[in-house]
Design a protein around this ligand. Structure first.
Ligand code: HEM
Length: 426
């Protein structure tokens, strides 16, 4: 292995978080970094590590396709691509038509309507961990808030939230070095046909079928009902299309924000001056949430496949080449960010980091919702004057998400601040 290389295909490369030094060497080298072919992943891939290159790829879906090939680094067969396709794996114009079905629910203005429901969930979870005095920040706070919010939106009853968290966790396990056994959850579908090659995906589809059955009989005021009744070119979504949509929304709305909230606790402990400053000046709350997302980069990468001859970052590319956009590298690009390893809630808003994607058609649909969830959590923590003492985090075994599985914390209040749980004016 050359000094530049770490094995980016191996989840263990990320078992202590982002490999900053290796990424810095890749950004500094001329051209794109190449990982060779191997049996598990198929053809090798080019790593895109500079922010400007991530933006270029993200904004040109005609040249860098999400639909041709796969959006993860390993290859899958043609029939698998169509079996698992949701909008994130499709190119415009089909992608655009699907996204339009749900986009109005995620505009910055619309998500403000979820604010008080989010705050209630935040308060409930913080009350619990405060009463206990210590616990696992992920299980008690970072996991239940985002799954609760996205399940409310999708019309999933509260008693099923834990089941969906569990399935969502197992989907990520499909990117790890120790995946679930093929027959888990009674699965009989060939793994290659399932998203993340995970049996949990078929359990999630079965759940989506049951939910659809219920909502067809008793429509609700939720996105699932909206999707079940929506028409594209005069046709409703098929059961498989609905299930793929549902799975994407649950996974994307849950795993990522949970990860950002888990890192939030680590940052809170690691950067007390930055957090203290925002506690005293809440106009910086949005900047703090943004810095947490940049610094944690919950999705490490997405892949695109090249459709024509083109040059990127000094490297000539040919049709069929795979490019892997490492958001976790681009977000620390020295060319784009002043002192990128410093944690600064008052960073300028441009350039924008790429943790929600580098812009363009697939830019994170839920970015405004995720930001709001983080702001509400931070604001409530500051209202309460919470102080977190964190233990050793255990990272999710994956090279795709920068997730934290468990994070022991002790929770106290800063006794110098005479605050109460009901202090917030929101
Ligand atoms: C901190 C939290 C989050 C992070 C870091 C994150 C990150 C991302 C990234 C990197 C992409 C791919 C962008 C691209 O390919 O250009 C994406 C897409 C997406 N995200 Fe998020 N996300 C977060 C929260 C959410 C939430 C709360 C939802 C709620 C539904 C959501 C729904 C989606 C969907 C549906 C897509 C696919 C969009 C498309 O293909 O058009 N995300 N997200």
């Amino acid at each position: 292995m050359s000094p530049v290389e770490v094995d980016l295909r191996d989840a263990r490369t990320f078992d202590r978080g982002i490999p900053h030094e290796a990424f810095a060497r890749m950004r500094a080298a001329s051209g794109l970094h190449r990982t060779p072919d191997d049996l598990r992943h198929g053809r090798g891939f080019w790593s895109v590590t500079r922010l400007a290159d991530v933006v270029e790829v993200s904004r040109d879906p005609g040249t860098y396709s999400s639909e041709v090939g796969h959006i993860q680094m390993y290859d899958i067969d043609e029939d698998c691509l169509s079996a698992r396709a949701s909008m994130i794996d499709l190119d415009p114009p089909v992608h655009t038509r699907l996204r339009r079905l749900v986009s109005s629910a995620f505009t910055p203005r619309h998500v403000q309507g979820y604010r008080s429901a989010i705050r209630r969930r935040v308060r409930r979870q913080l009350d619990r961990i405060e009463v206990a005095g210590d616990g696992d920040w992920v299980t008690e706070v970072a996991a239940p808030i985002p799954i609760g919010v996205i399940c409310d939106l999708m019309g999933v009853p509260e008693q099923d939230h834990d089941h969906l968290v569990e399935l969502s966790d197992h989907l990520v396990a499909g990117t790890s070095s120790e995946p679930l056994p093929p027959d888990a959850y009674g699965n009989t579908t060939e793994l290659r046909l399932l998203p993340f090659n995970s049996p949990a995906a078929s359990a999630m589809s079965a759940y989506a079928d049951r939910l659809a059955g219920r909502l067809r009989d008793e429509p609700g005021d939720d996105l699932s009902t909206q999707l079940l009744h929506a028409e594209i070119d005069g046709e409703r979504l098929s059961p498989a299309e609905f299930a793929n949509f549902f799975r994407l929304m649950i996974f994307a709305g849950n795993e990522t924000t949970r990860s950002a909230m888990a890192h939030l606790a680590l940052h809170h402990a690691a950067f007390p001056a930055a957090f203290g400053r925002v506690a005293g000046d809440r106009t910086l709350l949005g900047g703090l949430a943004e810095e947490i997302v940049r610094y944690s980069s919950p999705i490490l990468y997405f892949r695109r496949t090249v459709t024509r001859h083109v040059e990127l970052g000094g490297t000539p590319l040919a049709p069929g080449d795979k490019v892997v956009m490492w958001y976790a590298a681009a977000n620390f690009d020295e060319r784009a960010f002043d002192a990128p390893l410093e944690f600064r809630p008052d960073r300028p808003t441009t350039p924008t980091h790429s943790a929600f994607g580098g812009g363009g058609a697939h830019f994170c649909l839920g970015a405004s919702l995720a930001r709001l969830e983080l702001v509400e959590l931070l604001d409530e923590m500051f209202d309460r004057g919470l102080r977190l003492t964190v233990g050793e985090p255990s990272y999710v075994d994956s090279n795709f998400v920068n997730g934290i599985e468990h994070l022991p914390v002790r929770v106290d209040r800063d006794r110098r601040r005479p605050t109460t749980t009901n202090e917030s004016t929101r």
